[in-house]
Design a protein around this ligand. Structure first.
Ligand SMILES: Nc1ncnc2c1ncn2[C@@H]1O[C@H](COP(=O)(O)OP(=O)(O)O)[C@@H](O)[C@H]1O
Ligand SMILES: [Mg+2]
Length: 254
């Protein structure tokens, strides 16, 4: 057990694709039950950073990462990777419900995939409470046994959030989850975050400055694979400490 007051903490994370280093000694503290946005220009390493946290980056044989990741003070390299992924759910850029599964099965997919048996009653219970948490129950309760992919894009993305939270994670990693959605579906997801953060620690990648400002309590600004600064959103937006952050906020990097 390492000392860490944070839900999630990284110490000197570096990452490579082949010989190309794309993250440089990223040390970040992610506070519990808050929304922390990860922002920065395209290609700065946001996706690589979140994928490194739950070990997805390292599944690419060309890729590697070094450094320490502490989940509630425990070095994740000492934990079973299946356990790490359960405890750190992930939601991707494009809604990706399993196409062969129903809405109901998609919510429980994490249990099926980890070989965890659920009684019918327990399954029903998880599906209902989880779909309620993501605001999808009213819309989907009559479509539980239809394909997950038959829902609208915004509903599919909420289904993917449901799939992550059904496993009762501690942290949810979101990688630009609204970039494929229209403004209305985006607003629904953004609203949902304030409910989710009462129970979960949220790390939310966005390349949108306004979105980061709207949704986050804390924000980390990445550039060229470095974490330039991380702090309270208001403080970063009003009084950035680094010239690079100031330039980004004033629109210099687009
Ligand atoms: N699968 C990959 N193979 C090789 N290079 C990659 C791969 N994915 C991303 N990169 C490179 O890594 C850097 C960081 O990319 P990424 O983490 O996707 O940034 P962001 O999410 O901020 O746009 C970029 O230079 C990108 O070109
Ligand atoms: Mg990305």
């Amino acid at each position: 057990m390492n000392e860490s007051a944070y839900a999630l903490e990284t110490r000197n994370i570096s990452a490579w694709y082949g010989k190309d280093q794309v993250l440089f000694n990223v040390s970040a503290q992610i506070p519990e039950k808050k929304v922390t946005a990860v922002m920065g220009p395209s290609g700065c390493g946001k996706t690589t950073f979140v994928r490194t946290l739950n070990g997805l980056h390292q599944t690419n044989p060309q890729a590697r990462a070094t450094g320490t990741i502490l989940l509630h003070g425990v070095d994740t390299s000492t934990l079973d990777i299946v356990d790490v992924r359960k405890r750190m759910g992930m939601v991707f850029q494009r809604p990706n419900p399993f196409p062969t599964m129903t809405v109901y099965e998609n919510v429980l997919a994490g249990y099926y995939l980890t070989g965890c048996h659920l009684s019918r009653q327990k399954g029903d219970e998880i599906v209902e409470t989880t779909l309620k948490k993501v605001g999808l129950w009213d819309e989907a309760q009559n479509k539980l046994f239809k394909a997950g992919t038959s829902l609208s894009g915004g509903q599919q993305q909420r289904l993917c959030i449901a799939r992550a939270i059904a496993m009762e994670p501690e942290v949810i990693l979101f990688d630009e989850p609204t970039s494929a959605l229209d403004p209305k579906a985006t607003a629904v997801i953004e609203e949902l975050l304030s409910n989710l953060k009462t129970e979960y620690t949220i790390l939310f990648v966005t390349h949108g400055l306004q979105q980061a400002a709207r949704i986050s309590d804390f924000v980390g600004f990445f550039m060229l694979g470095e974490l330039v600064e991380l702090g309270e959103t208001k403080r970063i937006f009003v009084t950035p400490q680094d010239k690079r952050t100031e330039d980004y906020l004033s629109g210099k990097y687009g």
